[in-house]
Design a protein around this ligand. Sequence first.
Ligand code: G5P
Ligand code: MG
Length: 223
Amino acid sequence: MANVFKSLILGAPASGKGTISGRIIKNFNLEHISSGDKLRQNIQNKTAIGVEAEKYIKDGKLVPDDIMIKFITSELKKLPNQMWLLDGFPRTISQAEALWKVEKLDLAINLVVPFQVIIDRVKGRWVHLPSGRVYNEGFNSPKEKGKDDVTGEPLVQREDDKPEVVLKRLELYERMTKPVIEFYKDKKILRDFHGETSDEIWPKVLDCLVTYLPLHITSEKQR
Ligand code: G5P
Ligand code: MG
């Protein structure tokens, strides 16, 4: 079993990275770092990086590599000697190369979900910005409409979940992020997980992770 475990989760926009990550951190002692969640929190708090990133995110564009590399590597420096799961970074070959220079990873989880399934599901996505918790009408609806289950705070829809922006994000993913998958395949740490739903994909991810890490039992453990 690993003592130090560094991993990441890849997949198209709305393929379920946040959903599967949520289940992973309930079952394993890993720190979840989502680049998208962190950027949205910065946008909400109107920090310098938030103001800059918003210009790109609202149009479904990628935030420039130099900004992202600096941002995420400094977040990782706050977690020395911890095991983590990165979500949403890297998204370009430059980001992947920069990360590999500072951290050698153990596992890259790649979620493979058909694009049509994704396009249908983003319409119903609601998020709790401070925590990054995600809901979907009919799949994991909040207990009370429009409110976060844990804090009761309001849920919002993402600016970049408008249908025209989602199409742009999917196109960018094909062009910019697919090469990142090849990068990790070459490093021999890539594992693909296919499925149309997170419930179908999750047991396969769980079976893979237990070969690396001990289960971390919490009151909300799910299988
Ligand atoms: P993000 O935030 O990283 P994306 O586009 O990679 O954005 P996203 O949209 O956050 O990914 P996800 O995390 O893969 O999606 O998916 P999710 O939120 O878990 O699930 C999507 C929805 O489907 C939710 O409502 C969920 O409840 C529901 N769902 C899940 N499973 C199922 C299911 O089985 N059935 C059903 N019906 N529903 C389900 O990045 C955002 C932006 O930030 C910038 C970019 O501009 C990016 O577009 N950015 C970066 N820019 C440059 N470099 C980087 N490294 C960047 N990182 C972020
Ligand atoms: Mg996400």
